[in-house]
Ligand binder design. Structure first.
Ligand code: SF4
Length: 734
């Protein structure tokens, strides 16, 4: 195949012998790109390409998506169920019946002895929605523990909490198309080009066709900040102060949208009283942004015809994460920027199906945003599933970040981890290691058998990954898209859905609850539970979703029957005239007093540690660390350090340094760059036994999400560079 000018240095692309292309949705980030995987004559996946007719990515893929087919035969895949009595013994291969019986028997033993909630289940944002729904039914309806959560608490919980507090329900109001209509965009703690490259391309494409100002709020000069019209290098953890000051200016100048506020919101006077305290002069001393810039940005935002805000982990992973989201929503409501094209507050989510977890996993409640605290919701779901409503708890159980302390104290004895790896992803690794050692019984269900958490498993259940399974995922803009099973899991590994259904047979001995086998049937069952709700998917089927390359919810049966083609109605979930989910249909303006409870730099630990993601890698690198085409671009842990700070510490480019926090230390390579200020370093979080050895992880009071981005460290140059290189090398090995 030749590209470029045929006669002069044409680009030659290897013919991989693709005989068939199969449809899927990318399994890494929440952008939700449509992807086709090429199979050769032997049916082996050998290539990936973007789907031209798909609205999300319009033919494009990023560095992760383009190599995604390499996942299937990467190293370390689990191929057999494994079992052992103690975690320090060698695993022994076993068959599925023995492994599943053991899990059932040990969980029931523990529950009988210590109570139903003494077993905890932690899942992921990586599975397919039908799998989440089935696991929720199994957990809530049969196993009966209330200590059930997802690893989405580490990334999206603050967005969920903030949406619920402001609008009465979870669910991002806007969509990517809003970039094409907006007159002003503020990005709070979001580095799109590296974290969500295809959303960045959508934003940039829209901005080139129809210019609008881009304001980036981020302590680092990220790639997005380098593209900004105005960059606000806010002091870590003080976004809420900046938001309050902007609202102070908007109200002082009379720039609020009085008609919209009057028609659609409650709480203006309480909000006004609070933001009165945050005049720009006072606020600038806390948030580090000068008073005139605060005024300029506030006025630019409020005067825009339509203004949009996006955010990611810079807001969510903070002790004020939920308040930060509410602050963004306050700004949007105050200026009438919810429900119109180009006016929205859009949380850019993390994992490919973090949204599916929020909608259908029952982690924090019951399916389709129902809550355990509502008697009606409990009754409706119990009737639908055929269980006793009294079996359901009356309020939600522990968040993931509270489950581990409960293991520490002995309250929880058994743990089932599904496609998540707390030994790598939770703050303060040393503490989590001790916690995992305390478990009486631990089950790890994962597509890789070599995750750090599997060291503590008594039973390992090998699962399929991504397009070895069939089902749907929901992306950042509420688009439900499909993954087709284009190959089989390796060896004896099975799709997660198969594992849940076989487990359900063991907990469901009287056969009172039905567990359909096929994902398309499960999807139709979910549709019945969605009828008439905000997240109504009754108009969708697997077939239609594939044909349309994804459909945004809500999409109702009536719309489908009337021949209204998607995305009818699904682009935005609130209209300009008050359709919020609180009983009176109004959104809440919520005052946000600021209490600075972060760990901040001091004499002993004078440097801010900021952590985050690289474009090449996905989370704990259990996937991308094994794909040469991803890993070779970022093979070892490093810090971005300001060149002046490096000079003062005698550190040169490429030298190894020790980072020391109050928890532990980590050895990394130094990379001087002006992307960080003198009092801050940035450390990618992907590498095991590295960033999370240092993090403290104070929790947001509403969402229980950890503050991964605000802690204090000191830096020491390693005297023996050869030994340091060896130690750093160890960190990248699995
Ligand atoms: Fe996959 Fe996200 Fe990259 Fe799209 S932007 S190809 S969804 S990792």
């Amino acid at each position: 195949m030749l590209f470029g000018r045929a006669k002069k240095n044409p680009i030659k692309i290897t013919d991989k012998g693709v005989v068939e292309w199969k449809y899927a949705t990318c399994g890494y980030c929440s952008t939700g790109c449509s992807i086709e995987v090429g199979l050769n004559e032997a049916g082996k996946p050998v290539s990936s390409r973007g789907v031209g007719g798909a609205d999300v990515n319009r033919g494009k893929l990023c560095l992760k998506g383009i190599f995604e087919h390499e996942l299937f035969d990467s190293n370390g895949r689990g191929t057999k169920p494994l079992i052992r009595d103690h975690f320090h013994e060698e695993f022994q291969p076993t068959n599925w019946d023995t492994a599943l019986d053991k899990v059932h028997d040990r969980f029931r033993e523990i529950q009988e002895k210590h109570g139903r909630d003494s077993v905890a289940i932690v899942s992921t944002g990586q599975m397919l929605t039908e799998e989440f729904y089935t696991l929720g039914k199994l957990t809530r309806g049969l196993i009966g523990t209330n200590n059930y959560d997802g690893n989405t608490t580490l990334c999206m919980a603050s967005a969920v909490s903030g949406y619920k507090r402001s609008f009465g329900s979870d669910g991002p109001p806007g969509c990517y198309e809003d970039f094409e209509h907006t007159d002003c965009l503020i990005a709070w703690g979001s580095n799109l080009p590296e974290q969500h490259p295809i959303i960045y391309w959508r934003m940039k494409d829209a901005q080139e066709k129809r210019p609008f100002p881009l304001i980036v709020v981020d302590p680092r000069v990220t790639m997005l900040a380098q593209n900004a019209d105005i960059h606000l290098p806010v002091t870590p953890g003080t976004d809420v102060v900046l938001m309050n000051a902007m609202m102070h200016v908007i109200l002082k100048d009379g720039l609020e949208d009085k008609r919209y506020i009057e028609a659609n919101t409650n709480g203006l006077e309480e909000l006004r009283a609070e933001v009165e305290k945050y005049d720009p002069v006072t606020a600038s001393k806390i948030c580090g942004i000068d008073e005139d810039t605060i005024r300029t940005v506030a006025r630019l935002f409020a005067k825009a015809g339509a203004a949009m805000q996006i955010w990611t982990m810079g807001i969510n992973q903070s002790t004020h994460g939920s308040d930060g989201v509410v602050g963004i929503n306050n700004l949007a409501l105050l200026t009438g920027n919810i429900g119109k094209p180009g006016g929205t507050s859009l949380s850019i989510t993390g994992q490919c199906n973090a949204m599916g977890t929020r909608e259908w996993s029952s982690c924090s409640g019951l399916p389709n945003h129902r809550v355990l605290e509502s008697e009606q919701d409990r009754k409706d779901v119990a009737k639908f599933w055929g269980i006793d409503p009294e079996f359901l708890p009356k309020k939600r159980g522990l968040f993931q970040t509270d489950i581990y302390p409960a293991i520490e104290t002995g309250e929880i004895k058994g743990l089932w981890l599904i496609a998540t790896n707390p030994m790598s992803s939770l703050p303060n690794t040393a503490r989590i290691r001790k916690t995992m050692e305390k478990l009486e019984f631990c089950v790890v269900q994962d597509c890789y058998r070599d995750t750090e958490s599997a060291q503590y498993a008594h039973v390992f259940l090998p699962a399929g990954t991504w397009a070895e399974k069939e089902g749907v995922m929901t992306n950042t803009e509420r688009r439900v898209n499909i993954v087709k099973a284009l190959t089989k899991p390796p060896g004896e590994a099975k799709p997660d859905l198969w594992i849940f259904n076989r487990m359900a047979e063991r907990f469901n001995k009287k056969g009172k609850v039905s567990f359909p086998e096929h994902p398309a049937d499960i999807f139709l069952e979910m549709g019945e539970l969605s009828k008439g709700r905000l997240c109504d998917i009754t108009g969708m089927t697997h077939k239609l979703i594939e044909e349309r390359r994804g459909i945004q919810w809500p999409y109702t049966r009536e719309q489908a029957e009337n021949g209204e083609m998607p995305p009818a109605g699904g682009k935005r979930i609130y209209t300009i005239d008050g359709t919020f989910s609180y009983p009176d249909g109004r959104a809440k303006l919520i005052p946000l007093p600021f209490i600075d409870n972060n760990e901040v730099p001091d004499e002993k630990f004078p440097i801010w540690l900021n952590t985050g993601r690289l474009i090449e890698h996905w989370h704990g690198r259990s996937k991308t660390g094994k794909l040469a085409d991803n890993n070779k671009y970022a093979p070892i842990p490093f810090i971005e350090i300001n060149p002046d700070a490096a000079h003062e510490l005698g550190i040169r480019e490429g030298e190894y340094v020790r980072l020391v926090s109050r928890r532990s230390d980590a050895i990394v390579m130094a990379k001087p760059t002006h992307r960080v200020p003198k009092n801050m370093v940035f450390l990618p979080f992907h590498f095991h036994d590295c960033a999370n050895r240092l993090t403290l992880g104070l929790l947001d009071p509403h969402s229980r999400q950890p503050a991964y981005k605000q802690q204090a460290i000191r830096i020491e140059l390693m005297a023996d560079q050869t030994e340091a290189a060896r130690m750093s090398l160890e960190m990248r090995e699995f």
